[in-house]
Structure formats: structure tokens, C-alpha cells
Write a protein that binds this ligand. Structure first.
Ligand SMILES: [Mg+2]
Length: 226
């Protein structure tokens, strides 16, 4: 009889979990997204005003959880085009800020590790490649593989996470989601996963919700919870 406990499966978010995207990457992306949305909302000659853009983005965020989902639904925006335009940062490598020793940490953590990010594939590959941690992940799940029934369902979609579990043959009770975004952790918790909230790159993280398993500043604290 095999009584060895099953090894955990770690699902790691990328931006603001494994590196500090708020430092330079997110501000640049926000600029690019605003320019993109201004173009979409404009009349073809003049782009929409900054006020209009920010109101529409806030509305889509609230309603759909992402600017892109609103643009797709209401303006027929092509997801691949939007992602390419907004994530194309020529200076990306120079903008990455992360802690030392993440490769060492990932090597020491027992169990499989899968990258689970709402970012596009090329961007995620560049970031983990630059950080030198790509080889520690047995899989990299990016936004391109988050279509369910031809609808884009990024985190925190229950549907997408359930399908991911099924496709990878994973038991949610073995999975641990490591993330900075509470909404995503809440979905994972509802599906029976364990949850780790990483807070060091958030401006005002706030209190640990009662349902959350663990709150840490840095992923480097994960080895404490074996
Ligand atoms: Mg994140």
C-alpha cells in the first residue's frame, strides 16, 4: 500500500507574485492600454479623451474583470492583437525587478510547479526566461489557453480552473495557488485548492481574509509551510 502523501502541485501567478510588475512594467502597459482603448473608442481620426478612456476601462474592469473582455464584447477587439500591442515592451528585460534566489526556492519546493498567468505566452516566456526560472515549471498556462467554449475565461474564472484541473488530471485538494490577486485566490479556494497570498508588491494589501490559508510577503517564505 502506498501511504506516501501525494506531492502538492503549485500553481504560480507571474506578475506581482514572482516579480515586481508594479515597478515599471504595469505603468508602461497601462499607458499602452489607454492608447489602445482611446483608438478603439475614437472616431477613426481623433482618439477618445483620457477621461472617456478611464471611465470605460473602470466600467469594463468592474463588469468583466478585465479591460480586454469588455473590448472584445462591445468593440469586437481581437484578443491576440490587443495582447501583442499592449505587452510589446522593447525594454522589458530591463524593467524586471525580482528577488534573488527564486530558482533555488523553486528547486527546493517539493512537488510540481505550473505557471498560471493571465498574461500572453511571449511575454511570460521572456519574463521567466530573464529570471532564469523557466525550467522549474512543468507547464506554463497563459491567456491563449484560457478559452472555454470559445469564450476567453481568464482567472478568476471557475470554468477555466475546473477545466484546467480536468485536463491536467489534477485534484484541486493537492493544488496550491500562489497569487497577489485575492479574487483569483477566492475562486481557487471555492474549488478546494489551498491558497497563498503574496503581498510585497501590492501598495495596500489589507487584512488576511478568513478563508485564505496563508498570507506571506514573499514567495521565499513558502518553504516554511511544509
Ligand atoms: Mg498577479
Amino acid at each position: 500500500m502506498n501511504i506516501k502523501p501525494l506531492a502538492p502541485v503549485w500553481l504560480f501567478d507571474l506578475d506581482n507574485t514572482l516579480h515586481n510588475a508594479s515597478h515599471a512594467i504595469f505603468p508602461s502597459m497601462v499607458e499602452k492600454m489607454n492608447a489602445y482603448v482611446a483608438g478603439v473608442l475614437g472616431d477613426g481620426v481623433t482618439p477618445a479623451s483620457a477621461e472617456e478612456v478611464s471611465a470605460v476601462r473602470a466600467h469594463y474592469w468592474k463588469r468583466y474583470g478585465a479591460t480586454l473582455l469588455g473590448l472584445m464584447r462591445h468593440h469586437g477587439v481581437n484578443a491576440a492583437h490587443f495582447l501583442r500591442e499592449t505587452h510589446d515592451l522593447p525594454e522589458l528585460e530591463a524593467m524586471i525587478r525580482c528577488e534573488r534566489g527564486l530558482g533555488h526556492l523553486l528547486r527546493r519546493l517539493p512537488g510540481r510547479k505550473i505557471l498560471l498567468t493571465n498574461a500572453p505566452r511571449d511575454y511570460a516566456r521572456k519574463v521567466v526566461g530573464h529570471m532564469g526560472i523557466g525550467r522549474h515549471f512543468s507547464g506554463q498556462v497563459t491567456i491563449e489557453s484560457m478559452y472555454v467554449h470559445r469564450q476567453l475565461r481568464p482567472k478568476p474564472s471557475h470554468l477555466m480552473l475546473r477545466r484546467l484541473m480536468r485536463r491536467q488530471g489534477l485534484d484541486p485538494r493537492r493544488c496550491i495557488l500562489v497569487e497577489d490577486t485575492l479574487d483569483n485566490l477566492r475562486t481557487a479556494h471555492a474549488l478546494g485548492m489551498r491558497t497563498v497570498w503574496v503581498t510585497q508588491y501590492l501598495p495596500k494589501p489589507g487584512k488576511k481574509p478568513a478563508w485564505l490559508d496563508v498570507k506571506v510577503k514573499s514567495v521565499k517564505q513558502l518553504t516554511k509551510f511544509k
